[in-house]
Design a protein around this ligand. Structure first.
Ligand code: NAI
Ligand code: MG
Length: 371
């Protein structure tokens, strides 16, 4: 059990929250006997300072060789005009690792999350979906044309790119028993690209996931239903790069706090040969949704939850440690709800409290030990 991880804490609050999350990994090691070999390196502004580049070739090579990458966050105002910019390091790692499936869970697992959401309790309570965004193709890549009075972004997908992300959706649906439903999201009413997407996703599910219920949903209509009836999509949602970019930010907005949102980017589908790492999990990169929060860095005020939940995702997808991932998620929910259950409130500033990173982290660690 265990494996090899590359840790890239990055800049500002990145190292602060990564340090705390790794203490949770220490506890998992002690409890299970698993061993995680950790290689620490630089990416982002810290790499620019030392190597004059946002990521070195050596680190890119390492990212291809490890079982998983655990990333903090990169960037900050002090590298404002630097070339390349610090965030480009992460983009280059993503490209090298071919992590084409970006996963963002939207799960209201604690009373506090429900309470913090800008959406009414009756509407948001019970929401539990996984949004998968195709992250290596579509309108954000390809040969762009940009002239003074004309521009064109080719929105291209070919069969293998659609098939592999559809397989991730099917594989994730099968992790539940019975399998959860899958929604494929597109604009097949107006985009040729979407019609091909829809046909190929349908073929993959008919052939490879006959027991998973697949439905199709138009992206604009989903954008509205996320606000009015989000529980209708409990399950897995899979969509292309553009729609996924917008819908994942919208789903993040449902929670009302950046400090709580983890993400995973996978190079394959769990439980298949696609993207398999040396320990039978999937090659992936795990990072919080938030950035480096320079406005609060150095003060020990950052919420470590998003980074800790990213660790749980790493254990689940890259190391097949489902029970440990569940335990960490439960521990976080308990700590967030400590006030709601009549205990002492432990919340960082982003959640309206006055706890420090360390307070919150220690409470989570204590809870993980108990589970
Ligand atoms: P940000 O996510 O860093 O911060 C936005 C706001 O949320 C700030 O007020 C911040 O204090 C707060 N916040 C974020 N994470 C928090 C946490 N864990 N606990 C408590 N409060 C938290 O976004 P912003 O300010 O737009 O970007 C700052 C820097 O981060 C920029 O250089 C940006 O390019 C970079 N960035 C990096 C990302 C990455 O490494 N993947 C992603 C997004 C931004
Ligand atoms: Mg976005």
């Amino acid at each position: 059990k265990g494996g090899k991880i590359l840790v890239l804490p990055g800049d500002h609050i990145g190292p602060e929250v990564v340090t705390e999350a790794l203490k949770v990994l220490d506890i998992v090691e002690q409890a299970t006997g698993a061993k995680f070999e950790r290689d620490f390196d630089l990416c982002g502004g810290c790499a620019l300072d030392k190597h004059k580049d946002s990521v070195t070739e050596e680190v890119l090579k390492k990212s291809e060789q490890v079982d998983a990458v655990f990333f903090g966050s990169a960037g900050g105002p002090e590298w404002g005009t630097a070339q390349p910019n610090p965030e480009s390091g992460l983009l280059r790692i993503r490209k090298r690792m071919q992590i084409f499936a970006n996963l963002r869970p939207c799960k209201f697992a604690s009373k506090t999350m429900v309470e913090r959401s800008p959406i009414k309790r009756e509407v948001i309570e019970g929401v539990d979906f996984m949004l998968i965004r195709e992250n290596c193709g579509g309108a954000y890549y390809g040969n762009k044309i940009e002239e003074a009075d004309y521009a064109c972004d080719p929105w291209e997908y070919s069969r293998p790119e659609i098939e592999r992300v559809a397989r991730v959706a099917g594989a994730l649906a099968l992790q539940d028993d019975p399998p959860v439903p899958v929604w494929s999201v597109d604009k097949a009413n107006v985009l040729a690209n979407s019609r091909v997407w829809r046909r190929i996703v349908t073929e993959i599910f008919e052939k490879e996931f006959p027991h998973v219920k697949l439905q199709h949903q138009l992206a604009d209509s989903l954008a509205m239903l996320f606000i009015t009836k989000p529980t209708a999509f409990n399950g897995v949602i899979v969509t292309d790069n553009t729609f996924g970019d917008i819908l994942s930010d919208e789903s993040g907005g449902l929670t009302g706090s950046l400090g709580l949102l983890p993400s995973a980017s996978l190079a394959g589908a769990p439980g298949t040969d696609l993207g398999r790492n040396s320990v039978g999990g999937v090659v992936g990169l795990y990072e919080p949704v938030h950035g480096s929060a320079p406005d609060i860095s150095g003060e020990g005020l950052a919420n470590p939850v998003a980074q800790v939940l990213s660790l749980a995702m790493m254990l689940r997808y890259s190391f097949n440690m489902h029970n440990e991932a569940d335990s960490i998620e439960e521990a976080v929910a308990k700590v967030l709800d400590s006030k709601a259950d009549g205990g002492l409130e432990i919340r960082t500033g982003d959640l309206g409290g006055r706890a420090t990173t360390k307070d919150m982290s220690e409470a989570i660690q204590a809870e993980v030990k108990r589970l």
